[in-house]
Design a protein around this ligand. Structure first.
Ligand SMILES: Cc1ncc(COP(=O)(O)O)c(C=O)c1O
Length: 318
């Protein structure tokens, strides 16, 4: 029901304002602007451990930093580093930490001024840190509810940006879902159309048609969402229809699954106490999940441009 929390060790290397240092050596004031007002943007990137090759396969590295740059732009944050530099800094942290397991990478750009008063015209900070991460949610069938909390609207806090403040909306919905015994929450927009899950995009299969809500449904334009649309097109000849989805379509869908860097591809077997399809993981979700992992671990040559391989030393730099 509740999900796994992954902790960040103080002993790990991170990038902080242009320097490589230990996580435990970063000092932040309680007056940090972003901590008080949610004025930060972030990314979540996964690197999959490939035991056979002895490499970490960093998934969609450049795509994440491209979105990061756009999120920052929306919040008037100048990253002060190019996408290439951010990709290289990320690889350097991974080289030093040398994790030989699936790893999550968190770039975070935030207003770090220690002043009171809501504004955006300040000098931001930029940190990148890593944590070990296995499955964030169960991949064997989630039970979801439609949340009574509406998804924050793009005109309130831009939803195509990963802005820290909007995750209070996520936390409210997830907490509610967990307290009621569900694994995750599905948000509706203010107009009552399906938006996305707590931190994942949503797909449904109905009458052979693969459907996902459009960017105008206040979704984050997910990188995994794009990857899944590519796999569906390439491997099954299925074009994804991006259109408004009514709440009750969820109840009559043949399959529903969630996609995200953290969620990976997570089939949904029950929504609001109604079975999805026959209540078991559907064939499409199960095949897409298998293919996604094969590509993400760098084991499928056709999709080798999805990942950056990084050889990992036996020992971390200490
Ligand atoms: C609100 C939200 N929607 C969707 C996603 C999925 O996006 P992605 O596939 O780029 O990880 C995430 C995760 O980052 C998210 O936080």
């Amino acid at each position: 029901m509740s999900r796994t929390a992954f902790s960040v060790s103080d002993a790990e290397w991170c990038y902080h304002d242009g320097e490589l240092m230990k996580v435990g050596d970063v000092r932040l004031s309680p007056a940090t602007h972003a901590l008080n007002y949610g004025t930060g943007v972030f990314e979540g990137i996964r690197a999959y451990w490939n035991e056979g090759k002895g490499t970490l396969q960093v998934l969609k590295l450049r795509e994440h930093y491209e979105r990061f740059e756009k999120s920052a732009r929306l919040l008037h944050i100048d990253l002060g580093a190019s996408i290439d530099e951010l990709c290289e800094a990320t690889l350097e942290i991974l080289r030093r930490n040398a994790p030989r397991e699936d790893t999550y990478i968190r770039p975070l750009a935030y207003q770090s001024a220690t002043s009171i008063g809501v504004r955006l015209d300040m000098t931001p900070s930029l940190s990148i840190f890593t944590a070990p991460m296995g499955d964030y949610v169960s991949l064997t069938g989630l039970r979801c509810c439609v949340s009574s909390w509406r998804r924050v609207a793009d005109n309130a806090i831009p939803t195509r940006a990963k802005i820290t403040a909007s995750y209070a909306n996520t936390a409210l919905a997830v907490d509610d879902a967990h307290r009621s015994g569900y694994d995750d929450a599905i948000f509706l927009t203010h107009d009552g159309f399906v938006s996305e899950a707590s931190a994942a995009n949503l797909f449904l299969l109905r009458k052979g048609q693969l459907i996902t809500p459009p960017p105008t449904a206040d979704i984050l334009e997910g990188i995994t969402r794009d990857a899944v649309m590519e796999l569906a097109r390439e491997e099954f000849g299925l074009e994804t229809e991006q259109r408004q989805v009514g709440r009750t379509e969820l109840y009559v869908a043949d399959e529903v699954f969630l996609t995200g860097t953290g969620f990976q591809i997570a089939p949904v077997v029950e929504i609001d106490d109604r079975p999805v399809g026959d209540g078991r993981i559907g064939d499409l979700a199960s095949n897409l999940q298998r293919m996604y992992f094969q590509a993400a671990r760098g084991e499928w040559d056709k999709y080798r441009d999805w990942t950056v391989p990084l050889e990992v030393a036996e020992q971390a730099v200490r």
